[in-house]
Design a protein around this ligand. Structure first.
Ligand code: SAH
Ligand code: SF4
Length: 354
C-alpha cells in the first residue's frame, strides 16, 4: 500500500515535483491551499485543480498514513492521540489548551536512542525516524479533529517534545518546520514553534546556521558533568562544556532567547546547591536564557526517580530568581491521562505484551 504522505512535501518541493511533470507553478499553490487552508481530506475535493493533476497526485500520495488507535481527553481539555503508523508502530501526539492558544506536541522518531534514565520514550530503542509527512500529519490530524468538532480555533503553537530526539532526524524535522511555517499554508509563526534537544552540540550549531528561525530548548537537567552523566548518558559523549560552547554559538549567531529545561528529580538534582551551581553556569548567558523547571512525571519503569516536593521546587526557583536568572515552572496538562510524552505509548505496549 502507498504510504507516501502528501503532507511530506514543502511548497518548494511540491512545486518542483509538479513542474517536473509539466504542471505550472500556480498549480502547486492551488493544491497547497486545499491542503492547509480548506483542509480537504481527499484529492477529489480539489475541485479547481485540473483533473490530470489530481489523478497524478492520487497515484503517488495519500492523506492518511496512520490510524487513530486511542484518543484520551483530559478534564482540562488536553487531548492525547495515540496513532498507529502504517508499519504498526505507535506514536503519541498531544493537544494542549493554554490562555495564549492551542499547542501541539509532536513525535519525531519511533523510540529514542538517547536513552535518558528518567524517560519513558528512551525505554524503547529507536526503530526508525518519522518522515516529514508523518510529523506534519500529526498536526493535521489534530487540526482536523478541531475542525470536525466545529471548533474554529487553530493550532497556534508547536512543541517538538514528543517521543524521539528531533536533532537525530534533522532533515525531516526541518522539512516539517518549513511546511507548518509556510505563510500560504498553516502559517504557524516561527516564534510559536519550539524544538527541544537533549543536547546534540553539532546539530545545535547547524540549527543556528539554518534559516528555520524557530525557538530552541535544551534539556540540561543537571549543572555538572558528574550528575548529568548519571541521569543522561549522552553527557559522556557530549559533556556540558561542549554543550555550552554550542549554546553560546547559537546565542551569538541568532541573538534569540532560548530555554534551558531542567527536570526536578527528588533528592537527585533538586537541592539548593545544584540551584546555585546552575545559576553560576547560566550567569554569562542570563540575558538570553530562560530556565524552565519541569516537575517530573513519574514513570513506572524508572521507580528510582520521584517528583520533587513542592517546597523543593519553590526553593530551587527562588535561588535562581535571586541570582538574577530568568526562571519559570512548567504548567502541567492532562495529569489524569498519562500526559508525559511516551507514557501512554509505553503503557499500551506493556498491556499488549501482557
Ligand atoms: N528528545 C528531546 C525532546 C523530547 S523530550 C529532549 O530530550 O529534549 C522533551 C522534554 O521532556 C525533555 O526536556 C525531557 O527531558 C522531558 N521529559 C522526559 N521524560 C519526562 C518525564 N517523565 N517527566 C517530565 N519531563 C520529561
Ligand atoms: Fe530521548 Fe528526550 Fe527521552 Fe532523552 S528525554 S530519552 S532524548 S526523548
Amino acid at each position: 500500500m502507498n504510504h507516501t504522505s502528501i503532507y511530506g512535501l514543502t511548497l518548494d518541493q511540491l512545486t518542483a515535483w509538479l513542474a517536473e511533470r509539466g504542471h505550472r507553478k500556480g498549480r502547486a499553490h492551488q493544491v497547497w491551499e486545499y491542503l492547509y487552508r480548506k483542509r480537504v481530506t481527499s484529492f477529489s475535493e480539489m475541485a479547481d485543480v485540473h483533473e490530470t493533476c489530481r489523478a497524478l497526485l492520487e497515484e503517488h500520495f495519500v492523506f492518511e498514513t496512520m490510524t487513530e488507535h486511542v484518543k484520551q481527553e483530559s478534564k482540562d481539555g488536553t487531548v492525547k492521540f495515540l496513532f498507529k503508523l502504517y508499519d504498526g508502530n505507535l506514536i503519541e501526539t498531544v493537544l494542549m489548551r493554554h490562555k495564549f492558544g492551542l499547542s501541539v506536541c509532536v513525535t519525531t522518531q519511533v523510540g529514542c536512542n538517547i536513552g535518558c534514565s528518567f524517560c519513558a520514550s528512551g525505554l524503547i530503542a529507536k526503530s526508525r525516524d518519522l518522515s516529514a509527512g508523518e510529523i506534519v500529519e500529526q498536526i493535521m490530524r489534530v487540526q482536523l479533529h478541531l475542525d470536525a468538532a466545529g471548533e474554529s480555533e487553530r493550532v497556534s503553537h508547536i512543541v517538538v517534545m514528543g517521543i524521539g530526539e528531533p536533532f537525530d532526524n534533522f532533515v525531516n524535522m526541518s522539512d516539517f518546520i518549513r511546511v507548518v511555517k509556510d505563510h500560504k499554508g498553516l502559517a504557524i509563526g516561527a516564534r510559536h514553534i519550539t524544538v527541544s534537544t537533549s543536547g546534540l552540540a553539532g546539530k545545535i550549531k547547524e540549527f543556528a546556521d539554518s534559516d528555520l528561525g524557530v525557538n530552541l530548548a535544551v534539556s540540561l537537567h543537571a549543572p555538572n558533568n558528574e550528575l548529568r552523566t548519571r541521569i543522561m548518558k549522552i553527557n559522556k559523549a557530549i559533556p556540558i562544556e561542549k554543550l555550552m560552547d554550542a549554546i553560546d554559538y547559537y546565542l551569538e549567531t541568532t541573538r534569540r532567547r532560548m530555554t534551558i529545561e531542567y527536570i526536578l528529580l527528588k533528592d537527585v538534582n533538586d537541592g539548593l546547591e545544584q540551584a546555585l551551581e546552575l545559576a553560576e553556569l547560566m550567569r554569562s548567558r542570563s540575558k538570553l536564557v530562560n530556565v524552565n523547571l519541569i516537575p517530573y512525571n513519574p514513570v513506572d519503569e524508572h521507580s528510582q526517580y520521584k517528583r520533587s516536593e513542592q517546597d523543593s521546587i519553590r526553593g530551587f526557583y527562588d535561588v535562581l530568581k535571586k541570582q538574577g536568572i530568568s526562571v519559570s515552572v512548567r504548567l502541567e496538562h492532562g495529569t489524569d491521562i498519562d500526559a508525559a510524552c511516551g507514557q501512554l505509548r509505553s503503557k499500551q505496549m506493556r498491556a499488549a505484551n501482557e
